[in-house]
Design a protein around this ligand. Sequence first.
Ligand SMILES: Cc1cc2nc3c(=O)[nH]c(=O)nc-3n(C[C@H](O)[C@H](O)[C@H](O)COP(=O)(O)OP(=O)(O)OC[C@H]3O[C@@H](n4cnc5c(N)ncnc54)[C@H](O)[C@@H]3O)c2cc1C
Ligand SMILES: *[C@@H]1O[C@H](CO)[C@@H](O)[C@H](O)[C@H]1NC(C)=O
Ligand SMILES: *[C@@H]1O[C@H](CO)[C@@H](O)[C@H](O)[C@H]1NC(C)=O
Ligand SMILES: *[C@@H]1O[C@H](CO)[C@@H](O)[C@H](O)[C@H]1NC(C)=O
Ligand SMILES: *[C@@H]1O[C@H](CO)[C@@H](O)[C@H](O)[C@H]1NC(C)=O
Ligand SMILES: *[C@@H]1O[C@H](CO)[C@@H](O)[C@H](O)[C@H]1NC(C)=O
Length: 507
Amino acid sequence: MSLLHKFFLLYFLPLLIAQAKPLKTIPFNLFFDDDGINCENFQYPSEILAPVPYLKECLSTIDVLAVFPGDPDYYNSIKVANCRNNYFPVVVIYATTISDIQKSIHCANTLNISATARSGGHSFEEYGNGGKNGVMVIDVQEFKQIDINFETKTAIIGVGNRLGEIYHKLNKFGYLISAGECINVGLGGHATGGGFGWTGRKYGLASDNIVSAEMVTANGTFISPINLTHHSDLFFAIRGAGNAGYGIITSLTLKIYPVLPIITSITISYLPEQVELAFITFAKVAKNFNENLSGYMALRSKNSNTYTFIFTATYLGIEEEARSAVKELIELSNPAYIKFEEMTWLGIVDSYPPFTRQPFKITSYTIPPSGFSQEAIRALVNFVDDSECQAIALLDLYASEAVSSISINSSAFIHRNIFGVLELELPLKGYSKEVQIKCIEKHLQFRQEFQAKYTSYFSYQDYIDKDLSDWLTRYYGPHVNRLIEIKKKYDPNNLFNWKQSIPTKLP
Ligand SMILES: Cc1cc2nc3c(=O)[nH]c(=O)nc-3n(C[C@H](O)[C@H](O)[C@H](O)COP(=O)(O)OP(=O)(O)OC[C@H]3O[C@@H](n4cnc5c(N)ncnc54)[C@H](O)[C@@H]3O)c2cc1C
Ligand SMILES: *[C@@H]1O[C@H](CO)[C@@H](O)[C@H](O)[C@H]1NC(C)=O
Ligand SMILES: *[C@@H]1O[C@H](CO)[C@@H](O)[C@H](O)[C@H]1NC(C)=O
Ligand SMILES: *[C@@H]1O[C@H](CO)[C@@H](O)[C@H](O)[C@H]1NC(C)=O
Ligand SMILES: *[C@@H]1O[C@H](CO)[C@@H](O)[C@H](O)[C@H]1NC(C)=O
Ligand SMILES: *[C@@H]1O[C@H](CO)[C@@H](O)[C@H](O)[C@H]1NC(C)=O
């Protein structure tokens, strides 16, 4: 046994043992701190406060923390990243073992209650709380196993780990996973619907790095492993649609990659009058950036900042290489501000600003390889400039071998040969309900025209959006029928169902 392996056992074994004990109080909630500053107080609908007959009795046979409407912790147990919708579950169960999940599902089936998994609570539509009232939420944030296999360069990772926790723990051993940027996002909902971030152009999406998974299905069966040869249909579905109602995933085995000692952070910024040229240049040159670079463009209203168009990127290597990677962009677009900074991997990870709970609305678009036309850029800039609610456009650059070389048929994730994913963010905090509603209406109107005219047909399922038309096709393309067949096999009675879960028949 190598020293590293021994260290691993010393370090992680106590964590694994601690995991089996039932919780007495609800886990520290990352969203506790807002105290209604950004979110209006909840309006409890009275019918939800009425207890479901026999639910408490059924769950009392499990040694698990279950929070019901009316309990002192109920309010905190349903705090999630967004607070625009507010759904009220009949119970939130903090599972710590597979058997907790199985027994909870048994109660849901017996009492005819829908069930939902919740890992990090970062769904844009609050689907972690069920996506409708009256659901049994099975919270799996205590599934915090991290078990590295140094030979196969993979790690078994519990779905309850936040991305930041994973980056920090793996970094102790010199490794990373390829996933998103927000450190508070939960692995379970994230890696199963895509997952793109700091190293995406080099190592691909988190879902493409899944080699195996474990899941409790709708009849309480624990399936392990789910991989290319065992339950291969489910393996296809969970890489792209794993957060859309197939069951409760408890762990994912992901490929891991060595951390480089030096990573360069890049910031390139433009003044409002430079935006159009910068955008056009970016659309032209960015797809040829070498794969060590991953990053996104952020477009803000001309009234908001000195710089309104900012490219933020990481380069897996030293400053000199980073400079040469973006040389063409800089020469052709003459930015107003340029910064390169050599950092450690954790320096990059921890640089992501903490996210506080707030109301927001987000729509997403996949951009074809040709990028943007001048007309599309003008439409977008005008929309952002005129937005009463300070809309922000974020464009994640995907174009790279790591994303596009994987066959569209190898998993439920279809967004392959694209320039990138555009995300239109509408932060709603601080506005009256009337203004919020008006801003959302305008946003959705703009989306309809913009999507029809300037983007490809599809949207990114990890940026889930309940107002998206034809969402099954826009998220899953040619795989809709196959996904429905797999859903029918593993969840025939549609235990896991909400507005955008995979249905058991075509709508
Ligand atoms: C501030 C912020 C930053 C983000 N940054 C990025 C980013 O950089 N890159 C990116 O790609 N995405 C990003 N996202 C989007 C994020 O990937 C999705 O919102 C993701 O689904 C959140 O997962 P979660 O476990 O935290 O959320 P949850 O709300 O807990 O779950 C989301 C959905 O997945 C289902 N689910 C959760 N856990 C499981 C499980 N164990 N088994 C089966 N289904 C499950 C839930 O039922 C729900 O439908 C960001 C989101 C936010 C709010
Ligand atoms: C279960 O609940 C659904 C909707 O909540 C209802 O339509 C259905 O009839 C119920 N089934 C049984 C067996 O009670
Ligand atoms: C799937 O898991 C089984 C059982 O561990 C293993 O024998 C098989 O080799 C795995 N398949 C792949 C493709 O890794
Ligand atoms: C990317 O980085 C690796 C590791 O430092 C290096 O070997 C490779 O040449 C770089 N790729 C390019 C295109 O510069
Ligand atoms: C994917 O599968 C479909 C139907 O099975 C087939 O028509 C299509 O050509 C395949 N696409 C690729 C890129 O392999
Ligand atoms: C439970 O569902 C699995 C598929 O998820 C199936 O293989 C199994 O036969 C089912 N068991 C029972 C008892 O119905």
